[in-house]
Write a protein that binds this ligand. Structure first.
Ligand SMILES: Cc1cc2nc3c(=O)[nH]c(=O)nc-3n(C[C@H](O)[C@H](O)[C@H](O)COP(=O)(O)O)c2cc1C
Length: 207
């Protein structure tokens, strides 16, 4: 179990904005301090898939999210794209855990090659160099050879590649059930207690 209770969460422009939103909700409910990084494309996807329009400014975006989730915002920090003075920009202060959810093929490539061209990419680079825990919830289909090579490269560096590929064995009744399947697996990997979906072998029996 992680005792630090600080985490970096990045939303990029892959399909799957509901995963990112639900993950944020669960991390805040678990009392985590969340540093949230949002790419420009992620804002477009969030508006397209969820109808939620986030302003470009970090403070205004935070306010919209807090209102949307109905939570208090003390534990949420929305970081600007070039806020190089954010704790996530330095190994001396960054949380040891980071999740990119959803993760686009573009961000996957940038992280695999250490570009660090914006705070989101830099934060991932920091977690890798500090040998922290980096989870990439990649979403694309089909995968090109380049995507697969980038995933292999990052996996060999210690990152966990978790394709946004929900299972169906828990008999989902709604989109929310499918979203919760993925979010539950992510929370398990982070060591965050969750009871979102029944566990295999305990609550599931052969038909
Ligand atoms: C509605 C929408 C859905 C998209 N879905 C995906 C996707 O599933 N996977 C992906 O790699 N890119 C997807 N893209 C394209 C990325 O947003 C685009 O490549 C962008 O440059 C990624 O930038 P980022 O990595 O900085 O967020 C999508 C774009 C839009 C507008």
């Amino acid at each position: 179990m992680n005792n630090d209770k600080r985490i970096t969460l990045a939303w990029t422009g892959a399909s799957g904005a509901p995963y990112g939103l639900r993950l944020l909700e669960c991390l805040l409910a678990a009392d985590y301090d969340v540093f949230l990084l949002i790419s420009s494309a992620a804002r477009v996807v969030l508006a397209t898939e969820h109808g939620l329009k986030l302003p470009a400014g970090p403070d205004a975006a935070k306010q919209v999210l807090v209102n949307h989730l109905g939570c208090h915002g003390d534990k949420l920090t929305v970081c600007g794209k070039e806020d190089w003075f954010s704790p996530v920009a330095s190994g001396s202060a960054a949380p040891k855990q980071m999740v990119v959810c959803p993760c686009s093929a573009g961000t996957l490539a940038s992280v695999a090659h250490g570009l660090s061209d914006n705070l989101l990419e830099r934060a991932a680079d920091v977690v890798l160099k500090e040998r922290g825990q980096l989870l990439l919830v990649v979403r694309e289909t089909p995968f090109s050879t380049l995507h697969l090579e980038n995933m292999l490269k990052l996996s060999q560096m210690g990152a966990t590649i978790m394709p946004a590929a929900p299972g169906f064995y828990h008999q989902p009744q709604s989109i929310e059930d499918l979203v919760d399947f993925m979010v539950a697996r992510i929370l398990d990997h982070l060591g965050v207690e969750q009871g979102l979906v029944p566990r295999w072998g305990y609550d599931h029996r052969q038909p």
